[in-house]
Design a protein around this ligand. Structure first.
Ligand code: CA
Length: 230
């Protein structure tokens, strides 16, 4: 499947130039022409990468970038900011808003393509994986199927997302707040206690039949997916 790039840009000439060059290199291109449209298209298309102009009608690229980082669907999507600004402080602001890279106009298509490939390469391990696993646990992301050993597990949607998040970084301890952000999204108000409820359900589904517990509770810190303590 061709990787999809969302180009958010209001300058027609630049769109034409980038469309030609990106399609020639085997990318599928979708467009948005202002900040609000960018948010809508990003959510609909779930692109593999976003090229985001800084100076846009309606919402600035920086604002769009921050907003995309708050949405669970686009939190991990690589973003390259395109901008006429070249001040070092602007670059810092761009990266602080959550962009992965920054390219100053005017740039050559070759330069842009090199950045695009580099950013996609860095993002690839997670984006490309259609299966996550840890110990005797496997999660098929395409089929939405979870197995422990030979047994199929039946997880609710929230437990599925929680487990997926853990499986992306086994052994790492996540606080309740980090889990809320990652699984429920930063804009949703959910009590931290809710995390405990869903962890309990997940644990029950995972360890059903008296299997070793794969979820480690770290007192006053949070939870981790971890090797069972022997
Ligand atoms: Ca512009």
């Amino acid at each position: 499947m061709k990787p999809t790039i969302l180009l958010v840009e209001d300058e027609a000439a630049l769109i034409t130039l980038l469309r030609y060059n990106l399609e020639k290199e085997g990318f599928r291109l979708v467009e948005a022409h202002d900040g609000e449209e960018a948010l809508v298209v990003a959510k609909e298309e779930q692109p593999d990468l976003i090229l985001l102009d800084w100076m846009l009608p309606l919402l600035s690229g920086l604002h769009v970038c921050r907003q995309l980082r708050r949405e669970p669907a686009t939190r991990e999507t690589p973003i390259i900011l395109l901008t006429a600004r070249s001040e070092e402080t602007d670059k810092v602001r761009g990266l602080e808003s959550g962009a992965d890279d920054y390219i100053t106009k005017p740039f050559s298509p070759a330069e842009l393509l090199a950045r695009v490939r580099a950013v996609l390469r860095r993002a690839a391990p997670m984006a490309a994986a259609d299966e996550l696993s840890f110990e005797d646990l496997t999660m098929d992301l395409t089929a939405h199927r979870v197995r422990r050993g030979e047994r199929d597990l039946h997880l609710g949607p929230t437990e599925f997302r929680l487990l997926r998040h853990f499986l992306q970084q086994p052994g790492r301890v996540f606080s309740r707040e980090q889990l809320l952000d990652a699984v429920w999204g930063r804009d949703v108000y959910v009590e931290q206690r809710t995390v405990d409820v869903h962890i309990r359900r997940l644990r029950k589904a995972l360890n059903d039949g008296g299997l070793p517990d794969l979820i480690r509770t770290v007192r006053s810190a949070g939870y981790a997916l971890d090797r069972p303590v022997a």
